[in-house]
Design a protein around this ligand. Structure first.
Ligand code: SF4
Length: 331
């Protein structure tokens, strides 16, 4: 476990810190931990992780300092914060404090959080509501408790409890609820219409769309359920359109539905192919990965063999730089 604080930049890595995709929304990733081990997890999180070497927890004050600096740079009056994770953000020990402190910053207008709900309880929901959480994006992938255990890779996962929490949010709290199932073709097809009806029945989506159905995709380090092939984007959207008509609900979503628009991105520091000198600070997220720091950015140095030479400078060639997320190889 790496506690991320001073000296470790919060921009540059996909597993922790802050991701700016050039809009008025910032993704905050305060923790990479997760109690579940979903069989479709795109980031190989949880106890059954096969590729991870390090988990990350970001210091609260340090994260807030970064948010303030980026908010000033963005210079918009309606900044949004989406607390997600390469894990479950509810593993962050100070999640309520984080929400509260963000809500106190004057240009932040929306704070949303994404979870599968395994760590929810009524007290935490009430506290997050009071702290200023605007919306909970709750991933409910099935209404069948047994299938939920299978999908979450966790026999202890209590779907009926999560469904109760969903109803509680929609009925009693100020925050909005968006139900965000991952649709895995051939596995939970029949659940999608059921989940749509459930979201409508309980009154999800008071301010924003009630549902955000996510398409299962294969990722390099992600877990792949046996025999599942991702559907095409065409088929995915055609089916959503069909269900929109059948259930009279918005399913094909656009950033504008959430008030998200383009705003100047943070400047890219390194180009693809550029050779840089990075200071090695330790093991990286995955096996065979070191963490490097250069020019106030964190760089994942992949394909690195052996112990990281902590404190030394190494030559790195940048192979990925999209959205200020830097991946490099020794070279
Ligand atoms: S899909 Fe989400 S909840 Fe499931 S293991 Fe991955 S990070 Fe955790």
């Amino acid at each position: 476990m790496l506690k991320v604080s001073d000296d470790i930049p919060l921009i540059g890595h996909v597993a922790f810190g802050i991701i700016d995709r050039g809009t008025n929304l910032l993704q905050l990733r305060p923790s990479s931990l997760c109690p579940l081990s979903c069989i479709f997890c795109s980031v190989d999180a949880g106890p059954k992780s096969r590729f991870r070497r390090t988990e990350f927890i970001v210091d609260l004050d340090y994260m807030l300092e970064y948010v303030k600096i980026i908010a000033e740079y963005k210079a918009v009056k309606d900044l949004q914060i989406h607390i997600d994770a390469a894990g479950d953000p509810l593993t962050y020990p100070r999640i309520v404090d984080l929400i509260f402190c963000l809500s106190e910053l004057k240009n932040i207008k929306v704070i949303s959080l994404e979870t599968h709900g395994a760590l929810l309880n009524y007290k935490l929901l009430d506290e997050m509501d009071e702290a200023g959480l605007s919306r909970l994006n709750l991933s409910i992938d099935t209404l069948d408790p047994q299938l939920a255990k299978y999908l979450s890779g966790s026999k202890w996962f209590d779907l009926p409890k999560v469904l109760e929490f969903a109803e509680y949010i929609a009925e009693n709290l100020k925050m909005d609820l968006l139900i965000a199932p991952v649709w895995i073709p051939g596995v939970n097809d029949e659940d999608m219409p059921r989940i749509i009806k459930f979201a409508k029945k309980i009154g999800a989506g008071k301010k924003w769309p009630p549902l955000g159905i996510q398409k299962y995709e294969v990722h390099r380090y992600g877990r792949k359920p046996k025999g599942v092939k991702p559907m095409t984007w065409y088929k995915f959207y055609q089916t959503l359109k069909k269900w929109e008509k059948a259930y009279n609900v918005k399913l094909v979503l656009n950033p504008r539905d959430f008030g998200i628009y383009k705003v100047k991105p943070l400047p890219l520091i390194f180009k693809k192919g550029q050779k840089i000198s990075a200071k090695v600070i330790g093991w990286g997220w995955h096996k065979n990965e070191w963490l490097g720091v250069a020019k106030d950015r964190i760089v994942a140095i992949i394909g690195a063999k052996g112990e990281p030479p902590v404190g030394s400078k190494v030559k790195v060639e940048i192979v990925r730089n999209k959205n200020n997320i830097y991946v490099g190889v020794l070279g």
